[in-house]
Design a protein around this ligand. Structure first.
Ligand code: AN7
Length: 367
């Protein structure tokens, strides 16, 4: 039977804080592909899958949380929402606020968000302010606005966001038939690793709802592996970083809001949070596009960079099931694809309007 995906709230309503009466704000998020990664599987000897979150309506995993946050904002009678963002949250908030009929203000670090994300926030009519500071400074201001002014905060410090994002874990289990052995993902503000862990835990045991107890769906929970950019790796340092820096602007965050829940995800699962360099991130970005057929933004490649690095160190077990969340679409920040491995710009070859020259340029001989 044909089934039209209805967005994460309606698909997982019995496991989310909503009722039949809730007015759901959705753009059809979730239901993203779990793609078997052929070459990463060959490399590691494990079955490696990519949860391709770039396939969400605004091109990143943020939409899973934003459908819940915007639904909560409408329920609370809010007229305006605010968020701080390295780009994807602002794109998502702007789109969902439009769907909800709410005003939206976004605070972004000046010069440190990609053109694609900036365009999205503007296109959806958000009021975008570029703050002379980094993401952490933006989040401080957004929190204070939410506390002292009539605006509803939709950053992941809002628990509705984590509720929505936990559906990523549900989908992985629903696709594989059980939880994977290892779940790998990039870590920035640390909401997503916290949300996946919450989702995996809830799916692995009985779950109490208003209408009774739901049985466990999975037999186990995975080990959580998080990876940060080396220049923005507060979990590796063990304390906040005041001057985070990385080319992966999505995860250029020094003072993660979900610190305690991310540490709990790491430790309760027997996992780890480690760092990868910008070069390792760009190599993984290239691996995904050139070997797997999946185009992501640089920050999204941090998990894959981590897996490749751990494999090189002999620390990836064979014969396991490994899922890596690739968090945002490559078209968000396409400039990185146009750089060669030695850092120079790719120059497309120009040819005249003539088949013989084109064939010669392609190395083809007439048959
Ligand atoms: C592509 O948009 O923080 O660890 O303001 O855009 O849950 O923060 C984005 C984060 C990974 C990190 N990959 O996730 C924002 C923002 C992409 C991202 C992360 C982000 P969290």
């Amino acid at each position: 039977m044909a089934h039209q995906w209805r967005g994460v709230i309606r698909e997982y309503a019995d496991r989310l804080p909503v009722t039949e009466a809730t007015k759901v704000i959705t753009l059809g998020e979730g239901g993203t592909p779990l793609v078997h990664a052929q070459k990463l599987s060959e490399l590691t000897g494990s079955e490696v899958y990519l949860k391709v979150e770039g396939m969400n309506p605004t091109g990143s995993f943020k939409d899973r949380g934003m459908t819940m946050a915007m639904t909560a904002a409408v329920e609370a009678g809010a007229k305006a929402v605010v968020c701080a963002s390295t780009g994807n949250t602002s794109a998502s908030a702007a789109a969902y606020a439009t769907a909800a009929g709410l005003k939206c203000a976004v605070l972004v670090p000046e010069g440190k968000i990609s053109m694609g994300k900036l365009s999205q926030a503007i296109a959806h009519g958000a009021t975008l302010l570029q703050v002379d500071g980094n993401f952490d400074n933006c989040l401080d201001i957004a929190r204070k606005l939410g506390e002292a002014y009539p605006v509803f905060l939709v950053n992941s410090v809002n628990p509705a966001r984590i509720q929505g994002q936990k559906t990523g874990a549900f989908e992985v289990v629903d696709s594989l038939g059980d939880a994977p052995d290892i779940h790998v993902l990039p870590v920035g503000n640390a909401g997503n690793i916290s949300a996946y862990w919450k989702g995996y835990k809830e799916y692995s045991g009985p779950f109490e709802t208003a209408n009774g107890t739901l049985p466990a769906v999975s037999t186990k929970t995975p080990i959580m592996w998080g990876f940060q950019a080396a220049g923005a790796a507060p979990f590796v340092a063990g304390h906040p970083i005041t001057e985070p820096d990385t080319i992966a602007t999505a995860i250029r965050i020094g003072n993660p809001a979900s610190w305690d829940t991310a540490v709990a995800a790491r430790d309760e699962s027997g996992g780890l949070i480690e760092a990868v360099s910008d070069d390792e991130i760009l190599a993984a970005h290239r691996w995904l596009s050139a070997k797997e057929g999946v185009f992501v933004e640089p920050g999204s490649a941090a998990g894959v960079a981590g897996l490749i690095k751990k494999h090189a160190a002999g620390e990836v077990p064979a014969g396991k099931t490994i899922v890596i969340t690739v968090t945002g679409h490559g078209l968000k920040d396409p400039q990185w694809a146009l750089r060669t491995e030695d850092g120079s710009d790719v120059q497309p070859v120009k040819v005249p309007n003539d088949v013989v020259t084109v064939a010669a340029e392609l190395g083809l001989e007439e048959n």
